[in-house]
Each structure stands twice: as structure tokens, then as C-alpha cells.
Design a protein around this ligand. Sequence first.
Ligand code: C2E
Ligand code: CA
Ligand code: CA
Length: 327
Amino acid sequence: MPLNLTDFNQFYVINKICGQEKQRHYLEALGRKEFQIYFQPKISGKSQKIASAEVLIRWKRADGELWFPDSFLPILEETGEIEALDYYVYEAAFQWLANRRSAGLKLLPLSLNVSPVHFRKIHTFTKKVLQLIQKYEIPSEYLVFEITETTYIHNIEAVNSMIRFFHEQNIRISMDDFGSGYSSLNTLKDILFDEVKIDKRFLSDDLTEKGKIVLQEIFHLLKRTNKFIVCEGVETKEMVDFLIQEGCDELQGYYYYKPMEMGKFEEYSLYVNNRDFLAGDKVLTFTDLDGRLLAMKPDVTLSVINNTSATEETREKLYYIENVYRE
Ligand code: C2E
Ligand code: CA
Ligand code: CA
């Protein structure tokens, strides 16, 4: 006899079954390394250059489909399995930094998300993270851990003791999604966070005059308490202009870059220290005759071509790239 379920119960049961399915797939996928880290650049408000990046997880399924965190993280959080996934992400990020260092490239600070489940066993978490940092010999100034405001509100003591531990290691902590939960502004005076990341919902609607006033006051408060200010969800030029004018330290959002695969991010971060490049510039990358990866703006290729030190073959390649770009 069919079960007589109300709509709500049906929804609940279906959700549970889907959840169990996803959970089973997840364990297999972790073994098959179907999870990939993506990078979303964060841009310095002052220089308009890539200053750092946030690491975000994606599930690249065997059939090629890309799954976004919102479709699988809630289930993994419920079952506690996100714990292993977070370590997987940290290890992949540390490996990336270590590879970059051994290639002689400048390091770039990375922001990493911390799931709320870790606050149930802080000791295990801090020990594990420290082991990974030591294994890959990552300098602490290149790491920022992001903890959401909601997690903080529900675990104030545990979060604070984790922050103290990280501060002892000289690692910075960011309060993610600030303004999305129910924290009282009063808590700002006590928080130990180094950085505050304003939730994207503050910027999601058109910036109204009132919206601007609210942001200005929040900035004022954060500046006076010496917090580094990051805004995420930056999508328009109007937002960029306003945030820069108000002294936002770093900006992150589709206006500049969407989260991207490691390979793509490597191309962008290659020229990160080149004074000529600005965020959002079109860039050409290719390997020169010695196998070195080169990056340049299309309008500077010609001057390189004219550089007498370029070999004949390199010049040919550059002409080719230049022409492809122009088409
Ligand atoms: P989050 O930490 O707030 O990350 C920012 C989210 O905003 C990302 O979504 C990013 O793709 C999206 N975003 C960036 N710029 C814009 C923009 O201009 N407009 C809009 N509308 N959205 C923008 P994503 O990658 O889907 O991640 C969703 C959430 O999943 C993250 O929110 C984070 O809470 C969680 N998450 C992602 N990766 C990890 C991870 O490795 N570990 C843990 N624990 N959580 C993760
Ligand atoms: Ca985040
Ligand atoms: Ca966020």
C-alpha cells in the first residue's frame, strides 16, 4: 500500500534519499579525485591588481558535469563528511603554493573556507591544519582562513580560541558573509578577526542612496577598529567606483573575474607582479623556446617582437599570436 505522505513529508523523504545517493557518490568521487579547487582573484582597491585569491571547491563529475558547492555541501555538512573535503581543499591549495615556490614564482595569499563542523573538535582541526602547513612549508602570511559570521555567532568561544591559535602561528582570519546573519554591531568591538568580508547581499541590489549610507557607516566602524575590508559580489563599475572611494581594501566579484580552474588562474597570476598589468586586462600567454611561460598584453607583443634578443622562432610565434588575437 502506498504511503500516505503529506507534500512536506514527501519532499523530506525525497530529499533524504537524494542526500544518501549524493553521499554515496561523494565517497566514490573523493577516491577518484573528482573534486577540484577553483580560484577567484581578489583585487587590491588601491592598485587594481590581483592581490590574493579565494579557493572554492567544484565537483567535476565523471560525465563532465560541474556541480557547485550549494548542491552538495549542505548534505556533507549534515553528515560531517565535509571535514575530509576541507582538508582535501587545503592540501590542494598548499600543494599549489609549494609548486609555485619551487618554480621560482612569487607566492600569492590564499583564502580558505572553514566549515562549521570543525568547531565541534577544534583541537583535531588545528593539529591537522598545522601538519599540512608544515608538510608543505607554507609561510603563514600567505594564508587566510574564512569563518562565516553565522558560525561565529553560534560558536563564539570556540571560534575565538581557534583565532587565538592561528594568531600564534601568524595566520590571519576573516569573518565571511558579514551582515548576513544576526550579529549585533556591538560584537564588533570584541571580535578578534583581522579581516571582515562584507556579504554580497549588501551589493546585490542597485546601490541605493540609503544602501550607500549603511555601507559607509560600516566601513567607518571597521576602519576605526583596524579591520581589513573585503567586499564580495562586486559586479558593476558603479560598485567598484563607490567601494574604492570608500577605501575598500580588496574587491572580489564577477566584475573582475569569476572563479576559475587552476590552469587559467596560473596564467593570470603569472603576471601578478608585473606593474604593467591591471585586473581584467586581456592577456596572451605562451611558452617561449626555453619552455618558460610568458604572459603579455596584446599591445606589447609588437615591442617584444622588435626586441632583437628574441630568436627568429619566438618572433614567428609572437607574430602568429598577435594575428590570431587581432582576428
Ligand atoms: P562564499 O564563501 O561566500 O564564496 C563566495 C561565493 O560567491 C562563491 O560561490 C562565488 O562563486 C560567488 N561569487 C563570487 N563573485 C560573485 C559575484 O560577483 N556575484 C555573485 N552573485 N556571486 C559571486 P560558490 O563557489 O558557489 O560557493 C558557495 C559557497 O560554498 C561559498 O560561499 C562557501 O560558503 C562554500 N564553499 C565553497 N568552497 C568551499 C570549500 O572548499 N570549503 C567549504 N567549507 N566551503 C566552501
Ligand atoms: Ca568564503
Ligand atoms: Ca562569502
